[in-house]
Design a protein around this ligand. Sequence first.
Ligand SMILES: [Zn+2]
Length: 408
Amino acid sequence: MKKIIGFSAIALAVLSGCSNTASVSVAPQASLLSDTLVVSPNDNREYKTLKLANYIEVILVSDPGAEKSAAALSVGVGLLHDPMSQQGMAHYLEHMLFLGTDRYPDTKGYSDFMTKNGGAHNAYTWLDITNYMFKINNDAFDEGLDRFADFFKAPKLYPEYTDKEKNAVNAEWSMRREMDFFGQFKLARKMMGDHPANRFLIGNLETLGDKENSSLHKETVDFYNKYYSSNIMKVALISNLPIAEMEQKAQKYFADIKNKNIEKPTVTAKLDFDNAGGKRVFYAPNEDVKQLQLDFTIANNNSEFALKPNRFVAYLLSNEMPGSPAQLLRDKGWVSQLSASAAPNQYGNYGSLNVNVELTDEGMKNRDEIVATIMQYIDLIKKEGVDSKYFNEIRTSLNNQFKFLEKG
Ligand SMILES: [Zn+2]
């Protein structure tokens, strides 16, 4: 019998005090979101942003000291937009794309080229984004860009490689499903009812394949044709070249990616909090952890990022000032750590604000009281509203971080 070595309680609720924003479509304040690029005084690289004629947004970073050049291209589509007939499609397509293009048809050509030129390439698919990237020796950047950009113009999507890539995707799925992070993430999504976030992610041999009314190859081509449009792509380039030369390269390689003028895929499904919220879930983890999580589903408030509402709430919840839950519960010997953080676009139009509590053995016996203490504190935060003293503390700390930002 499997020994249950720990529990995790997840309470799903709306933290209404956190954001007054009902939907993500609220217009950002112009003064907060300007086109001016703000760079840390600690960063002496040169930057430029531009929008090509096909609406790709580009950011260029020129660094004469860069030892390698690199590029990334993101497409604003991901697992939330998989067809239900082929779940994992966005991820599977990400694999298929690397296999060759009209001008570079060799399936191993891209990775051989990378290896020969001190390069590395990768990609990831998440709920609302698919991101491709590579880095390479400076003298091979030009050809690297040519090969890379061609994936978004004329990929082969060879049907004869379907089995190989299906298996690669399946291998990733079987590796991840053992991880507690994915188990917990799945549980949180499971409570979201009809919302698109409550679906099978990654893909495996069962979800990807030919079915009665669905051909995997045809749906792959359809998905690419539908969503791979320049107007929902963004490009980032860094190299040792001067900005003007980088701009020419951006034009040369990315301006002819086809603009299908599509609407950026979004998620608008509303959650029914009567069903989604107020749940307590017990979860037996694979790792030896004693943990309690309070998971609040919040409206996506990314448009207010410059005001840092999530940071404010998380700061108050995690701090160890006298009278705070962290201090009280630690003094009782119940918790070893209490922290809070938010991912405001975790589920597209919703996000998550999570309070994570690492428990002691004694804490395991007093979980109800721990939850009550934290909930009382949240009530207090709601009642007191925003205290400018804490807001200024956060601002000062973020300003300092930015001022001495390490070069990434
Ligand atoms: Zn993968």
